[in-house]
Design a protein around this ligand. Structure first.
Ligand code: G1P
Ligand code: ZN
Length: 543
């Protein structure tokens, strides 16, 4: 085995965002770009010598080439063994599980999640630690620092590995084990859920449509939903993973999964609709005629998880990202456990899960998960819903109606302003931050600001502090607007505006979300001067 030490130089802009490093695919294909990042990861964890890692990706364009580079670099850096999913395709939650199951030193995940794939679209890479979750802030900072001082990387000059062949191969002394990406994940799901109950649900004539969006969950959903649980063949749509996701955005929300949502709103809707994203960690849940917001889904799952084997002892606690609605907090309060508000990004849930402080966690951006892995998990969320539906023998609509009657309803919506010039986005945020202390008691239409701050998180487990995590503005005590800049975009800046209004025991069919949220939207557009800074008030994507 010939190890080559290649001279390199720091490439600017390799700062990982909310979920690792994301850039245009062509950028990743530039000489040394991926290599610099991967070497910086190894350097940040005191080298790869004698270590074991998992490597997998969502199958998008450049996935296989990137995996070959990583394998050759791991061999050159002295790793013992790499576990790779067959054809390099593994969902993000399944990578997390493989890391934990095999007690490896971590793993590398190749994905740009829900962003489109292709040579002119997006690519990404992130490092997960030995708990199976995204690298901590500390490790991410080290990786980034290393990318700014790197001057060489190591790689072997060897043949490519055959990624399609299950079993062991070798690069020099390093073992490459190619595994079936679905098998271990399926075993885990069988342990968590009552498969017989879900089987009985399908046997009773319950119809489901799962949109895999031509992304990674296709093979998982077919094997589990159709194969194991007896959902009608064809229940999984767009089930063949494609390098460009069929040209679409593999993002499970009413905008990008419109065909499924349209079906669910039509007269021929099945009982349950669900979708997952590029790398299989996000989920969308739709009932007959009713889209369930991710915040409501987290709240319903929090209230009902005890009906399912894995959570029958009840939950230790629940965590939600700051912009996620407070619906799950109300459930936690009533059921008598703690709820945590963390910054956006899954890594913050990891320390709470590791410490046993929470069992479930979720984000408004269609991410829900539990202590079974250290990533959000799309298919897991679908199975949890199905198990609850099978137990309660009620429809999604009935469950939501009962939930809102009991806890009240947090009307919620997220408005994204995309491809905004970076300067304009920063100026808008800076302007609000500079005026934060003057906001309380100011009136905007019918609303009065009751509190305004910049969110700063004190991790209760390791004591670390993460500041500047977004602006929170509360009105009248029961409405809230949040403003933050996206950390995952690849073009300009994205301003995210999150709107929320609590209505006690509302009649869900009488109020439209747009109407309920109109006052808080108008208030925040005015106080943050959207027209002056962005030249517009209309968002590009409303979800
Ligand atoms: C977005 C979501 C966030 C999620 C992340 C990764 O990040 O808003 O909740 O954790 O993608 O899936 P953002 O672009 O807002 O930084
Ligand atoms: Zn994702």
């Amino acid at each position: 085995m010939t190890i080559q030490t290649i001279e390199t130089f720091p490439i600017t802009g390799q700062k990982p965002g909310t979920s690792g490093l994301r850039k245009k695919t062509r950028v990743f294909m530039e000489d040394g770009y991926l290599e610099n990042f991967v070497q910086s990861v190894f350097n940040a964890i005191d080298g790869a010598k004698n270590k074991t890692f998992v490597v997998g990706g969502d199958g998008r364009y450049y996935n296989k080439q990137a995996i070959q580079i990583i394998l050759k670099m791991a061999a050159a850096n002295g790793a013992d063994k790499i576990i790779v999913g067959q054809n390099g395709v593994v969902s993000t939650p399944a990578v997390s599980h493989l890391i934990r199951l095999n007690k490896t030193n971590g793993g590398l995940i190749l994905s740009a999640s829900h962003n489109p794939g292709g040579i002119d679209e997006d690519f990404g890479v992130k490092f997960n630690g030995e708990n199976g979750g995204p690298a901590t802030e500390n490790v991410s900072d080290k990786i980034y620092h290393n990318t700014t001082i790197i001057n060489q990387y190591r790689i072997v000059n060897e043949e490519d590995v055959d990624l399609s062949k299950i079993g062991e191969q070798q690069i020099g002394d390093m073992i490459v084990e190619i595994v079936d990406p679905v098998a271990d994940y399926l075993q885990l799901m069988k342990k968590l859920f009552d498969f017989d109950c879900i089987r009985a649900l399908f046997a009773s004539g319950f119809f489901l449509r799962f949109d895999a969006m031509h992304a990674v969950t296709g093979p998982y959903a077919k094997a589990i939903l159709e194969g194991e649980l007896g959902a009608e063949p064809g229940s999984v749509m767009n089930g063949v993973p494609l390098e460009d996701f069929g040209g679409g955005h593999p993002d499970p929300n009413p905008v990008w999964a419109k065909p499924l949502v349209d079906l669910m709103m039509s007269g021929s809707a099945p009982d349950f609709g669900a979708a997952s994203d590029g790398d299989g960690d996000r989920n969308m849940i739709v009932g007959k005629g009713l889209y369930v917001t991710p915040s409501d889904s987290l709240a319903v799952l929090t209230a009902n998880a005890h009906l399912v084997p894995a959570y029958k002892e009840g939950l230790a606690g629940v965590a939600r990202s700051m912009p996620t609605s407070a619906a799950c907090d109300r459930v936690a309060e009533k059921l008598g456990f703690e709820s945590f508000e963390t910054p956006t990004g899954w890594k913050f849930f990891g320390s709470l899960l590791d410490a046993g402080k929470v069992t479930l966690c979720g984000e408004e951006s269609a991410g829900t998960g539990s202590n079974h892995v250290r990533e959000k998990d799309g298919l897991w969320a679908v199975l949890l819903w199905l198990n609850i539906l099978g137990k309660r023998k009620q429809s999604v609509v009935q469950i939501l109606e009962e939930h809102w009657r009991e806890f009240g309803r947090n009307y919620y919506s997220r408005h994204d302003y995309e491809a905004v010039p970076v300067d304009a986005a920063n100026q808008l945020m800076d302007h609000v931050i500079e005026n934060l202390t003057e906001l309380p008691s100011r009136r905007f239409g019918t609303l009065t600001v009751s509190r305004a701050d910049e969110f700063s998180y004190h991790d209760p487990v390791d004591g670390s502090v993460s500041s500047h995590q977004g602006i929170r503005i509360y009105f009248n005590g029961d409405a809230r607007a949040v403003l933050r800049l996206s950390g995952t975009g690849t073009e300009g800046a994205t301003v995210r505006l999150y709107l929320e209004q609590y209505v006690p025991s509302a009649n869900i069919f009488n109020l439209s979300t747009t109407e309920v949220l109109k006052p808080v939207r108008e208030a925040v557009l005015e106080l943050a001067k959207f027209s002056s800074y962005l030249g517009r008030t209309r968002a590009d994507v409303i979800s």
